[in-house]
Design a protein around this ligand. Structure first.
Ligand SMILES: [Zn+2]
Length: 459
């Protein structure tokens, strides 16, 4: 018995237990104090982690990402960044950055800030696609240039800026398909392969070659130091449609493939004769449906170096081994082309860094697999401004810079573990936190690279 039974209202505690009960009360009070202390400690830790560790939770997340799922997303995103398995470590000597000037050409002053950045990130050159931004002149081409085209003096500045930053310059001039900027004009409507679509120039028109030769001469004259010229030739959608071409196909037994190959061969012969020191690059997609016999019969110029382009995440699976087998027998040297912007949708204004990183990872797998039999000259990192001359603008140049920087990091053989953030890229781009460079799930990286205000506006 603990309690006395004398009174129910005034319970009397037996004196020998008084001490124990007092002790228990003290213990209870102590527990409350400890609990309070721990709660304060936890709140303190929460605010400390929120401000300093891993991911700042005040950064706006994608609407479909709950904060509690952040770790899961983080691991998924990290899975795609610069961790390269040892067998994928390959070296590509040339890393050329494509600058597509269609529709939104940068000011020359922007190049003075962009070129040092490209060089610092590991680029070795620029592929500059002027389209109608080149100041064409002369009787045939005087009306082709856009009203805001660069002047010849400005092109001299571009050349100088590239030289100062040890960047090679490769001009790109379309010579078959994607000549919309020229064929849309009334003056050139007779050159169209299909009258309704000003996309492809007719390879059988009697003046086509002189027109292209004029363009090439003017471009090369304004880039006197170049070692390479890209002649386009991708997506030639309409071949063998016009009366001139169909007559040629019937009378001379010429296939559509041969129509294409003879046009390319004619351009390369002109170039080889006038500018034998210049190597000729062209997109490869028209070759893919051809056979080794088709290509071998035409005896293409040895100066031709196809650029095999693919901008998806699964390049390795999509370009099968037979393609590499054929190219290794026909071409002495080839290029590959990935993308850092303008390849995820014609109306996209924001970049998907993971897509572009995965594209590069897949390309590295391809090179690692075939490097023993294919001579890979280098990589061109395409940055499309719009899908064609009449399309809307997609990701603008500054929007693509984080993806470009992260992709170049991957190409440099980055070997850190998946848990290491891209701190070195973050430093070059002057970012407040590196995790935003991995993917938009981590919010904006808040950087200060050239054109950064456009980037933050889009985010
Ligand atoms: Zn034709």
């Amino acid at each position: 018995m603990i309690y006395s039974s004398k009174s129910n209202e005034n319970i009397q505690i037996i004196p020998r237990y008084k001490k124990k009960i007092k002790k228990l009360n003290n213990l209870k009070t102590a527990r409350i104090y400890v609990a309070l202390f721990l709660a304060i400690l936890l709140i303190g830790f929460y605010y400390y982690f929120r401000e300093h560790i891993v991911v700042r939770l005040d950064i706006p997340l994608k609407s479909n990402v709950k904060k509690e799922n952040l770790k899961k997303y983080m691991m998924q995103e990290l899975d795609h960044i610069g961790y390269i398995e040892p067998e994928l470590q390959v070296t590509l000597d040339e890393r050329i950055i494509h600058l597509d000037l269609k529709g939104a050409p940068p000011k020359i002053s922007y190049f003075s800030r962009l070129f040092p950045l490209i060089a610092e990130l590991g680029g070795t050159g620029i592929l500059i696609e002027y389209e109608d931004m080149f100041p064409y002149n002369g009787t045939i081409l005087k009306n082709v240039s856009a009203l805001n085209a660069y002047s010849l003096k400005e092109i001299t500045i571009i050349n100088r800026l590239a030289r100062e930053n040890n960047l090679k310059v490769i001009p790109l001039i379309q010579t078959f398909g994607h000549l919309e900027f020229l064929l849309k004009l009334q003056q050139y409507k007779d050159y169209r392969e299909v009258f309704a679509y000003p996309q492809v120039i007719c390879p059988s028109h009697p003046h086509t070659m002189s027109l292209i030769e004029d363009m090439i001469d003017q471009i090369i004259a304004s880039h006197p130091d170049i070692e390479m010229l890209h002649i386009g030739c991708d997506e030639v959608y309409y071949l063998g449609f016009c009366e001139r071409c169909t007559n040629r196909m019937i009378n001379d037994n010429v296939s559509k493939n041969l129509l294409f190959l003879e046009h390319v061969k004619a351009i390369s012969q002109i170039l080889n004769k006038k500018y034998p020191h210049i190597r000729i690059l062209l997109w490869d997609d028209q070759f893919r449906s051809m056979t080794e016999t088709d290509l071998a019969e035409v005896k293409l110029n040895e100066n031709l170096e196809p650029v095999i382009w693919r901008y998806t995440k699964e390049v390795y699976d999509e370009l099968g081994p037979s393609l590499w087998d054929m190219y290794s027998k026909i071409f002495r040297k080839v290029w590959i082309a990935s993308a850092y912007k303008g390849a995820i949708g014609s109306n996209k204004y924001m970049s998907d860094v993971n897509h572009y990183l995965q594209n590069h990872r897949s390309w590295l797998s391809v090179v690692a697999e075939h490097k023993r039999r294919v001579n890979f000259r280098g990589i061109i990192m395409a940055g499309w401004q719009r899908y064609d001359h009449f399309a809307v603008l997609c990701e603008l140049l500054p929007i693509g810079i984080p993806a470009l920087a992260m992709s170049l990091r991957l190409l440099k053989g980055f070997k850190d573990s998946p848990l290491s953030p891209p701190t070195e890229v973050s430093k070059v781009l002057k970012c407040h936190q590196p995790y935003g460079l991995i993917g938009s799930a981590f919010g904006s990286p808040k950087c200060e690279f050239p054109g950064t205000y456009i980037f933050h506006f889009a985010v």
